[in-house]
Design a protein around this ligand. Structure first.
Ligand code: TYD
Ligand code: MG
Length: 453
């Protein structure tokens, strides 16, 4: 019987200690260190096989001698995912998909597994095969290349992998896996670290891409140690408001592409639909013009998005006026209201102001400031802003209208969607061109007001 060896791990950052202590000296958090059983005399199955088949020792190569695998990205058939990954799945890469429970991680990866033109093994430690079948029936019932396995022990998974030899391996979720070589329970730091290490080794040595699902804690971190994020090649986050149907796929880390890309999905009864033109869904399609709404030309990552802002300004019933926002920073709203009061002479001090960004998404692009102000003034005056006008500018504390980045891209998107006018800052340098959209340059809030109302 091997001697049981224990060690102490910080549940927050994964630092390892020989004995218990109250504070983690690495990440400085308190009471996060717990004892876990570790035993690792034996080799992991992947290493064992490798020894049987003669160990491959890597040797240094000149950069020109290294074969380029960049070209052979595997297209997943899901354009949004391919875009976020930087053009497809890189062979041998390990992708971690994080997200809150119930947001649709399993749905997304199962859907991708079912539609992939490659042989795929979908391993689930969370649901039974018949439950997965039920879900698959709703998404894509006739898949030929997808194998489903319900298993949590990595050694068994690798045995099946040898038999099936899949082109892609998907694991739902990393927190349910456990390896025989570590004695602590599934979901503990040492198990997560060991199982991820085994999967990474498998991916790197066979060139098979591995996609892992990871749960997210209340604070928004991927449960388990931060080192999990350091170990994998790509970290994707699936986010959105569970009460709304739109979901955003973002890349937080990507060794093979930009992290500025993002994918948008709509959750439907039969799985996730890719939204290729997000602006259309975020703007209400009715022809009626109502006061209190204005459209902002924003950028989410690299993608231009037209977003509808709704504001409601009403006389405060109680002494202290209420300010409430959905999808927008409340402090920023207070600042804009102060600017309107001080620099433009609007008496909003005794008014309740409610602000809502439609579609349940939240935006922190400062370029929506001008649209927020336009929506507030429109509600205050009860005069509608025409539906074919949009805005892209930041507002400074002096009431000046400040330039925003990549304004050309925003103008192009607005033009493409049929807007007739866009308001931007006079300080934005744009090349005069023949456009189908009128570009109005403004430098103070007063200019906008005289143009609109
Ligand atoms: P799920 O993928 O299980 O979330 P996660 O793995 O991130 O915990 O999906 C969660 C929700 O998605 C669930 O509440 C039901 C909904 N859903 C649909 O609306 N349509 C569908 O086709 C499927 C499969 C799920
Ligand atoms: Mg799930």
């Amino acid at each position: 019987m091997a001697k049981v060896k224990t060690s102490y791990f910080c549940q927050h950052c994964g630092a390892q200690y020989a004995k218990w202590q109250g504070q983690c000296t690495s990440c400085r958090s308190w009471n996060t260190i717990v004892e876990e059983v570790v035993r690792k005399e034996e080799k992991s199955p992947w290493e064992q096989q490798e020894q049987q088949g003669g160990k491959k020792v890597s040797r240094p190569l000149k950069i020109k001698e290294i074969s380029q695998s960049e070209e052979h990205r595997m297209r997943s058939g899901n354009t949004e995912l391919d875009r976020v990954l930087g053009g497809g799945i890189v062979p041998g890469s390990v992708v971690l998909l994080g997200g809150e429970p119930g947001i649709g991680k399993s749905t997304l990866l199962l859907q991708i597994a079912l539609r992939l033109p490659y042989k795929t093994l979908y391993v689930s430690g969370e649901e039974s095969q018949s439950q997965i079948r039920m879900r698959a029936e709703r998404i894509a019932p006739d898949s030929e290349h997808c194998y489903i396995l319900t298993e949590t022990k990595t050694q068994h998974i690798f045995k099946q992998v040898q038999g099936i030899a899949p082109d892609i391996l998907i694991v739902d979720s990393i927190q349910t896996l456990h390896s025989d070589y570590i004695e602590s329970s599934a979901g503990s730091i040492s198990q997560i670290r060991e199982c991820t290490a085994e999967l990474i080794k498998f991916a790197k040595e066979t060139g098979t891409p591995v996609m892992l699902i990871g749960h997210i804690t209340k604070e928004g971190n991927i449960a388990g140690p931060k080192i999990l994020e350091h170990m994998v090649d790509t970290v994707l986050q699936f986010e959105g408001d569970r009460n709304y149907v739109y979901r955003i796929l973002r890349s937080l880390k990507n060794r093979f592409g930009s992290t500025a890309e993002l994918g948008i999905y709509e959750m439907q009864g039969n799985g996730l639909r890719e939204v290729s033109n997000p602006s259309e869904i975020l703007i209400s399609q009715s022809d009626e013009t109502l006061s209190g709404t204005a459209i902002a030309a924003t950028l989410e990552g690299m993608r231009p998005l037209m977003i509808e802002i709704q504001a409601l300004v009403s006389t405060a019933v109680y002494g202290t006026p209420q300010r409430s926002t959905t999808g927008y920073n409340a402090k920023r709203l207070n600042m804009l209201l102060a600017v309107l009061e001080k620099r433009a002479g609007f008496r909003l001090g005794a008014k309740d102001v409610f602000l809502n960004i439609t579609g349940g998404i939240s935006v922190d692009d400062p370029a929506i400031d001008l649209a927020v102000v336009a929506a507030i003034l429109s509600s205050n005056e009860d005069i509608a802003v025409e539906k074919n006008i949009c805005f892209a500018a930041e507002i400074g504390l002096a009431g000046e209208i400040r330039p925003v980045q990549r304004v050309e891209q925003r103008i192009l998107e607005a033009e493409k969607l049929g807007f007739s006018t866009i308001f931007i800052s006079g300080q934005n340098k744009i090349v005069p061109e023949n456009r189908n959209i009128r570009v109005v340059l403004v430098s103070r809030i007063e200019d906008v007001i005289s143009d609109l109302f």
